[in-house]
Design a binder for this molecule. Sequence first.
Ligand code: PLP
Length: 302
Amino acid sequence: MALIPFSPPRIDDEIIQEVTAALKSGWITTGPRTKQFEKELSAYNGNEYTLCLNSATAGLEIMLRWFGVKEGDEVILPAYTYAATANVVVHCGARPVLVDVNASDFNINVENVKAAITSKTKVIMPVDFGGLPCDYTRLMEVVNASEIKSKFTAETEVQKKLGRIMILSDAAHSLGATYYGKRTGIWADASVFSFHAVKNLTTAEGGAIALMLPPPFSNEEVYKFLCIYTLHGQNKDALAKMQKGNWKYDIIEAGFKCNMTDLVAAIGLIELRRYNDDTLVVRKQVCDYYYDASFKLFLMRM
Ligand SMILES: *Cc1c(COP(=O)(O)O)cnc(C)c1O
């Protein structure tokens, strides 16, 4: 019997060369490769600002904290997901409210979401399970409905600015998937991708927040704030400090530490450039192979 390996990463010469180039450049932490990867992810997904981090878990928690989610708040998420989706809610001191998924696609059921909304609900975290996008149009309709909006109790400046429940997509599985012909990353207020070793695009460990906040938010401003917030509240990163006469920085708040390194961004750059024409094509072939085999098995049993 042949063993089928569990999602092995592709570590070939192209990857090794790019990581080696990063090593040789002397720039190993957040720098030009991370910034380039962010730009290419934005171009790929069709949003303007994307922040790369060391995991999707960090991205989800950072967005909850940015929104001011705390003790006494509720966050609605599907019962069927990886533990990270619920854990980050617990870390913020809030209560994860689990609702059941659809039998058809294993994604969060919108009617169940509606029924679970209370005046304590601050965020809904749909999960694009197995890469299949959730019903974002209907979820947006729900949070924008006047009777739901009137239940929303804004407690922070950011919450007042949005004026409704935030939709934070756990898009850990769905980079490259499309919904109404457009890629995930643009349908929720923010979408978080994972580049963990077993995910469809890997950087060993890594994640990204694709920002798509509606006006009056400036996604550029939020991006700049999050760069600082994810680097100890330090108002200049290592790259900015390297500029002449620019060594001095301030700590403007007690931030977190979850930035992406250029060493892993090097892997991401190579993987993203061959994602559509290579990785996704092979994945589809593997999928068809399983589908075919299971269908034959099914017929044999009849
Ligand atoms: C993998 C995964 C995460 C966490 O991703 P990390 O990058 O490992 O933090 C979150 N949600 C889902 C649904 C996942 O599968």
